[in-house]
Design a protein around this ligand. Structure first.
Ligand SMILES: NC(=O)c1ccc[n+]([C@@H]2O[C@H](COP(=O)([O-])OP(=O)(O)OC[C@H]3O[C@@H](n4cnc5c(N)ncnc54)[C@H](O)[C@@H]3O)[C@@H](O)[C@H]2O)c1
Length: 398
C-alpha cells in the first residue's frame, strides 16, 4: 500500500479539495496530497465483458502499472479478465462480483490509485458518482449517462469533487487529427458553420442482451452515437436549441430499441444558421454503403471532413497550396492513447488535462437525450424540455 495513494485518496474522498477550492481558490498541493507520479500505478477494474477485455488488452501493454483487482458479476467474464492479467503478469488479481454493488468495496480501497469501468450503460452514472465520492480516479465507458436526471446528479456531485480525474471513454477525444481540424474550424478556417452532415450505418447482428433493451442501453443514440455527438459538441461547444427526429422501432426482432432514425439539430446564436443532419441505422446491408460512417461540415469558406481515417479541410478558394486542401496533423489516437491520457492525468494529479472530461460527456449525452425524446414524442423538442425529463435508470436496489 502506498502512503502517497492513501494520503491523496483520503484527501479527495473527504471533499476537502472542493471546500478549499471554493473558499481559498487552492488546488490540491503536492505537499498535502501527492499524486502518484512515476511510481507503479495500482489499477482496479470493473466489468470485463467485451469492451472491458478490449481495454484490458491495451492496458496490459502499458508499463509501470498493474491491475490488482477485478470486479464482474458474470463469473465467466470475471475469469476471462483474471486470466488475461495472470497470463501476462503471472499474478492473479483479487476477484469480486458476488452482488451488483460489490464494486463499491473495490472503489473504496485506499491502496488503489484509479479504476477502469466498462459495464452496461445503465450503471455508468451511478458508478461515476460513487468514484467521485470516494475520490477514486475513473476511466468509465461512454455514455456518461442515459437520462437527464443522471446528468443533473453527476454535475452536482462533480462540483463537490473537482479534483478527481474523470475520463469518459469517448476515445476520439484523444485523436490529434480531429483535434487539429476542429481547432481550425473553431478558429474560422471554414467560416460560418451552415450544414452538418453526419451518418452512421450499421447492422444489428453483433448486439445482444442489455444492448437490445432501451431502458438499459439508453437506446442507440446514447449507447453508440455519442461518439458522433462528442464531435458535434467539440465543434460547437454548445447544446442544440431544438431537435426534430423521426425514427422507427419494432423492425428488428427481439428488441425495443430504435432501428433507424434521422435527426435535425438546430443551434442557438451565434450558430443560428448551423443545422446538423444525423442519420443512424441498424438495418444496413453489410458493405452496401462505403465505410458506414461519414462526418462533414460545410461552412461559408469551405468544408471540414472529419471522417476517419484522414480528416481534412477543403477551402472553397482552391488557389492556395495543395488546391486549398489542408490535411490533418498529428496521430490518429484512439483507445490506447485515451487510456494513456487518463493514466498520465492520474500520475500528475491533473483532472483538467483529460481529453474527454465531464463537459464533453454532458454535451454528447445531451444531444442523444434530445434525439431520443423527439423520436418518442414524434415531435420537435427543445433543450429545456429534454432536461426536464425525470426518468431514472433501472438499477437493482442496493
Ligand atoms: N468506447 C467504445 O468504442 C465502446 C465500444 C464498445 C462498448 N462500449 C461500452 O462499454 C460498455 C460495456 O460494453 P460491453 O460490450 O463490454 O458489454 P458486455 O455486456 O459485454 O460487458 C459488460 C460487463 O459488465 C459486467 N457488469 C454488469 N453489471 C455489473 C456490476 N454491477 N458490477 C460489475 N460488473 C458488472 C457484466 O457482467 C459484463 O461482464 C457499454 O457501456 C458500451 O456502450 C464502448
Amino acid at each position: 500500500m502506498s502512503p502517497d495513494a492513501i494520503t491523496r485518496r483520503e484527501f479527495l474522498k473527504s471533499g476537502s479539495a472542493a471546500g478549499l477550492a471554493a473558499g481559498l481558490a487552492l488546488h490540491v498541493s503536492a505537499g498535502m496530497a501527492a499524486p502518484p507520479g512515476d511510481r507503479k500505478l495500482r489499477v482496479g477494474w470493473v466489468g470485463t465483458g467485451g469492451r472491458g477485455r478490449h481495454l484490458l488488452g491495451h492496458v496490459l501493454k502499458m508499463d509501470n502499472l498493474e491491475v490488482v483487482a477485478i470486479c464482474d458479476i458474470t463469473p465467466d467474464n470475471l475469469d476471462k479478465g483474471l486470466e488475461m492479467v495472470e497470463e501476462k503478469t503471472q499474478k492473479r488479481p483479487e476477484a469480486s462480483g458476488d452482488t451488483p454493488y460489490a464494486y463499491r468495496k473495490l472503489i473504496a480501497r485506499d491502496d488503489i490509485d484509479c479504476v477502469v469501468i466498462a459495464t452496461p450503460c445503465y450503471w455508468h452514472t451511478t458508478m461515476y458518482i460513487d468514484c467521485l465520492k470516494e475520490g477514486m480516479s475513473v476511466y468509465g465507458e461512454k455514455p456518461l449517462a442515459i437520462t437527464a436526471w443522471e446528468l443533473k446528479e453527476i454535475q452536482a456531485v462533480r462540483k463537490q469533487h473537482p479534483d478527481v480525474v474523470l475520463q469518459v471513454g469517448t476515445q476520439w477525444g484523444s485523436n490529434e487529427q480531429f483535434a487539429d481540424i476542429i481547432k481550425q474550424v473553431r478558429e474560422g478556417a471554414i467560416g460560418d458553420l451552415w450544414d452538418g452532415r453526419f451518418r452512421r450505418y450499421g447492422d444489428w447482428d453483433g448486439f445482444k442482451g442489455w444492448f437490445t433493451e432501451r431502458d438499459k442501453s439508453g437506446d442507440w443514440m446514447l449507447e453508440q452515437a455519442v461518439h458522433e455527438f462528442n464531435l458535434m459538441y467539440w465543434l460547437t461547444q454548445t447544446n442544440p436549441a431544438k431537435c426534430t427526429a423521426v425514427g422507427r422501432s419494432g423492425i428488428i426482432p427481439d428488441r425495443d430499441t430504435t432501428s433507424f432514425y434521422t435527426a435535425l439539430l438546430e443551434y442557438p446564436d451565434p450558430l443560428k444558421n448551423f443545422v446538423i443532419r444525423y442519420t443512424h441505422t441498424f438495418i444496413e446491408v453489410p458493405d452496401f454503403d462505403e465505410g458506414g460512417w461519414s462526418y462533414k461540415v460545410v461552412g461559408s469558406k469551405g468544408g471540414a471532413n472529419l471522417t476517419p481515417p484522414s480528416p481534412y479541410i477543403q477551402l472553397r478558394d482552391k488557389s492556395g497550396d495543395n488546391g486549398g486542401k489542408i490535411e490533418a496533423k498529428g496521430n490518429a489516437g484512439d483507445t490506447y492513447e485515451h487510456l494513456a491520457n487518463f493514466f498520465d492525468c492520474v500520475r500528475a494529479g491533473t483532472p483538467d488535462k483529460v481529453n474527454s472530461g465531464l463537459a464533453s460527456g454532458v454535451g454528447a449525452t445531451t444531444i442523444g437525450l434530445m434525439i431520443r425524446q423527439s423520436v418518442e414524442k414524434k415531435a420537435p423538442v427543445t433543450y429545456e424540455e429534454t432536461l426536464a425529463d425525470t426518468r431514472k435508470p433501472p438499477l437493482p436496489s442496493a
